[in-house]
Design a protein around this ligand. Sequence first.
Ligand SMILES: N[C@@H](CCC(=O)N[C@@H](CS)C(=O)NCC(=O)O)C(=O)O
Length: 227
Amino acid sequence: MHEVIYFDTPGFAEVSRFCLGMSGLEWKNTIVDWNGYLELKNKGELPWGFLPIIRTPEGTIAESNALLRYTGALAGLEPKDLYTRAKVDELVEVINGWRTAFTPTFSIEDLDEKIAAREALFVEGGKMDLAMKAISEVFEQSTTGWLANTESMSIADVKGFIDTFMLFSGQFDGITAGMLANYPSLIAFHEKMSNEPLVKNYYKDANEERWVFRPNAFEGVGTSQHI
Ligand SMILES: N[C@@H](CCC(=O)N[C@@H](CS)C(=O)NCC(=O)O)C(=O)O
């Protein structure tokens, strides 16, 4: 049995939770708070001092992208062909890199300043605006409809879907669903992923910030429904 241990947010663990959900294997979703994290850390159970980790029958794995590849393989979302797999990994790394534009805003203490810094990332030519346009273009250019041009869904799609749309759930001050209005192809990618039967089923009872992974989550975006 596999056990994912992380905080109660999508954050760095959602892609792996999702892949385990897709795998059909039995798995345990263990949620900890800050004290639970410190306890694991002090007991030496976190290989590099961070969450998430996955406990497997053979030992513990850390680092979210390692977890994504491992759980993705369990779910059949890793292509067998090495070139195709490398192209999938290429996209996973590029999408991961976008986080580095966003994460420094977490340490801005003044709320107005934090909001302004995040808004600046999404103005035309800002780092996140360019990132959203880049993923839109990748989707537009795919001949199969999957981001890495694979025959079926891969971990690049999982990473693109989850790490992109989690930004717009309202949990991050300054980032609103309405900002997606500038990226219609991204919404089309969302529609494709969220309507995949396994995805739809996985998120059907999802709570709170996970509404962003459900079909029609961004319907009416750009209107007064989403500001
Ligand atoms: N490189 C790690 C980073 C994970 C990470 O930053 N985890 C945060 C929670 S979102 C953490 O454990 N923070 C504890 C701390 O900063 O002391 C990964 O990709 O898994």
